[in-house]
Design a protein around this ligand. Structure first.
Ligand code: 0RA
Length: 708
């Protein structure tokens, strides 16, 4: 596992894990201190070691992604994951994580203990693990292949970025300690003085068969930002996920920074099945189906500069179920590494589902007979994935990663291995292994998904055709402009009262106005069919005229800018959220190309001589009142756009010279989609949902922003 982490971090320098390992291996052979005088040898290797770790200190971002809280968390993952790897390899069942009051973090496991044997240069393996980048490689890969190969790779990075690190290994009947003070190994003398040395201190006796490793480190305040902080919740999430991935592993987490806080223990005996259960929301269509399989594949890897064929064993673990909703949740892992971008294992999984659904499940479905003539009776991946909750995990040595973020599995043979495993598992489930009623319910669900997708597409095609044939296809309520193109804009206006002044105040040559009357569908939650049937969404998509979804064509959009004009209150921001969500899901290129804007209407206006002053916040009104000596009572407050007269609206939101627009980014779109979900919960009809949300997130809600 750690090998791949190293690949990820040093991707720019060393394109493959192997290159990285080779480099560090060479470094060690260069050193021949056995023949030198002992002290010289020690000094020489010490300097070299510090130089290696200095590379990490010079570019912490390359190794841990930054020097803020994120980077700090990364240090914790490095240590925790080493212990998890040990457990995943079958050694040890218990990991304790303690967040100490003094800012240090302690991770203890009952694995085999990092080796403490001396090498020819007098240094112990333990010292090497904490002082040499990629040191894990030297312990051979065979033994820990199940955890992905290399152990302890991140340990040196943690040491490099810590002002102090204390490690204790229990094995061979004793507890052994080595301290690193500013990366230099040694131990404290009985008088409390730090003495640099490679010698381990014998701390105390331990039972013969007791083994384990404990590491406590103090992140270096010279490296990390003063505001960087370890968040309990983040550690908790990581730990919980790890427990799902290593069944039977017990992790105890204790935040001692908070007095009175009790330790929490995590254990998931059922592994991925438990994970899928944990991810399940709402009513289920099927029980959780688990698939477990083992296969071999061979690949060529460089060994001592020569390519050599190696055979690897690959374990496949999959758990999946379908629920009644539309959302898809597929999480995937290689060993214990999450692959957020999927990769060959997920591709194999998708292909197998596609095969099983199309070849076995719906092949004879009567409801699809009509579609068969046009060849429309096949389930697409998105039909199958509606309501799918799944965890896909493969375990094998030295996985290759690809993609910009290295979060995608690249190892090619894994695709077919997963495909065959899942194909067999699904075949068995459909052909009798699964409950008949559930198989039927799943068939019905996929069939409905296909039917509504095909119907929606036909509807959409018909509308687009109408729209392109003549402008008659345009919504009645659209007050269109005369010239279309990149310089024209569509103003989406909330409510009828603002639409009048907007129409009057606009430049009708290039500005079109589309008033919104009804409710905009929450596109994050609705099916494509529901979106298309929503009058407001339909009006917007038709007005823009570039189609929607994957087929959206920016070049044929009738406007260059889309401007959202909503009141500056909760309803207004809700509508803006829903519009952004709709655009984010169905007209995304508009956001990607920076064509979407939100107008910023003022909250207050006051006359100053012949000038009109506008304020966009209470603070600004305060400042303007002072500056121009205007009494508070002289300000007019706009409760909504509809309260503005034509001139006011023209000046503040229509006139390109004077108005203030905020360009919406993809980030804004994503945030809006999340916020729309939140609104749904807070304002929607599901009372239980809302109560749950408020109870579990009360600190998240800004009370001032809710005038409900
Ligand atoms: C290399 C070899 C062995 C164990 C480990 C590393 C190891 C590393 C870490 C890091 C945190 N906890 C750990 N536990 C073990 C195996 C040694 C042997 O063969 O006994």
């Amino acid at each position: 596992m750690a090998a791949n982490k190293a690949t990820k971090k040093t991707a720019k320098k060393a394109p493959t894990a192997k290159a990285g390992v080779k480099k560090s291996a060479k470094k060690t052979t260069k050193r021949s201190p056995a023949k030198d005088k002992k002290s010289n040898a020690y000094d020489a290797s010490k300097i070299q070691v510090l130089e290696g770790l200095d590379a990490v200190r010079k570019r912490p971002g390359m190794y841990i992604g930054g020097t803020g809280s994120q980077g700090l968390h990364h240090l914790v993952w490095e240590m925790v994951d080493n212990s998890v790897d040990e457990a995943a390899a079958g050694y040890g069942t218990q990991i304790d994580v303690i967040l100490h009051k003094d800012g240090s973090i302690e991770v203890t496991d009952n694995g085999r203990g990092i080796p403490i044997g001396k090498k020819s240069d007098g240094r112990t393996a333990l010292e090497v693990v904490f002082t040499e980048l990629h040191a894990g490689g030297k312990f051979g890969s065979g033994a820990y292949s199940s955890s992905g190969g290399l152990h302890g790779v991140g340990a040196s990075v943690v040491n490099a970025l810590s002002s102090k690190l204390v490690t204790e290994v229990t094995r061979d009947g004793h507890v052994w300690r080595l301290v690193f003070l500013d990366r230099v190994p040694g131990n404290y003398t009985p008088t409390g003085k730090f003495k640099p040395s490679s010698k381990l201190a014998k701390v105390k006796k331990a039972p013969r068969n007791a083994t384990g490793t404990s590491v406590r480190f103090w992140p270096d305040l010279e490296i990390f930002d003063p505001e960087a902080k370890i968040e309990y919740q983040e550690i908790r999430d990581h730990v919980a996920r790890v427990c799902f991935l290593v069944p039977g592993l017990n992790v105890k987490l204790h935040d001692k920074r908070v007095s009175g806080m009790k330790p929490e223990s995590f254990v998931a005996a059922g592994g991925l099945g438990d994970y899928v259960d944990f991810l399940t929301v709402g009513e289920s269509v099927t029980d959780i189906l688990t698939i477990h399989d083992k296969s071999e594949f061979s690949e060529k890897v460089p060994v001592d500069n020569k390519m050599k064929m190696v055979t690897r064993e690959c374990t496949v673990d999959v758990a999946l179920r379908w629920v009644k909703g539309y959302e898809t949740k597929v999480v995937s892992f290689v060993n214990t590494i999450p692959t957020s971008e999927g990769g060959t294992h997920v591709a194999g999984f998708d292909r197998a589902l596609s095969w099983a659904v199309n070849k076995l499940l719906i092949a004879e479905a009567k409801k699809l007979k009509k579609l068969a003539k046009a060849g429309n009776d096949r389930a697409t991946p998105s039909d199958i994935q509606e309501g799918l909750v799944a965890a896909v995990k493969v375990t094998f040595a030295e996985p290759q990663f690809k993609g910009q973020t290295k979060q995608e599995l690249g190892t090619p043979p894994v695709q077919n291995i997963v495909y065959n495993a899942v194909k067999a598992g699904m075949e068995n489930w459909i052909d009798g292994g699964g409950k008949k009623s559930q198989v039927n319910a799943f068939r019905e669900k996929v069939t409905q998904a296909i039917l509504s997708r095909v119907a929606a597409k036909q509807q959409l095609d018909a509308r687009r055709k109408a729209a392109t044939l003549s402008s008659m296809g345009m919504p009645d309520k659209l007050a269109d402009c005369r010239v279309h193109g990149t310089d024209s804009e569509l103003l989406i206006v909330e409510g009828n009262s603002a639409a009048g002044p907007a129409k009057q105040g606009r430049d009708s040559e290039t500005m079109a106005v589309l008033p919104l009357r009804g409710k905009v569908v929450n596109a994050g939650k609705a099916t494509l069919k529901q979106v298309i049937e929503n009058a407001e969404a339909q009006a917007l998509i038709t007005s823009i005229g570039g189609g929607s979804g994957k087929a959206f064509d920016l070049a044929s959009a009738r406007y260059g800018r889309i401007i959202i004009l909503c009141d500056a209150d909760v309803d207004g921001s809700h509508i803006r959220c829903l519009l952004l969500t709709l655009i984010y899901h169905h007209l995304r290129p508009l956001l990607e190309n920076g064509c979407v804007y939100a107008a910023q209407p003022p909250l207050f206006a006051a006359k100053k001589g012949s000038n009109q002053l506008y304020a966009y916040s209470d603070e600004e009104r305060e400042a303007l009142s002072k500056k121009h000596k205007i009494d508070h009572t002289k300000w007019k407050r706009f409760k909504g756009l509809g309260e503005m007269n034509v001139e006011e609206l023209a000046e503040t939101t229509l006139n390109p010279e004077t108005r203030i627009l905020k360009r919406m980014s993809m980030e804004d779109g994503k945030e809006a989609a999340n916020a729309a979900k939140l609104f749904e919960t807070l304002m929607g009809s599901d009372v239980a949902d809302r109560r749950d949300y408020i109870v579990s997130n009360s600190s998240l809600i800004d009370q001032d922003s809710l005038d409900i």
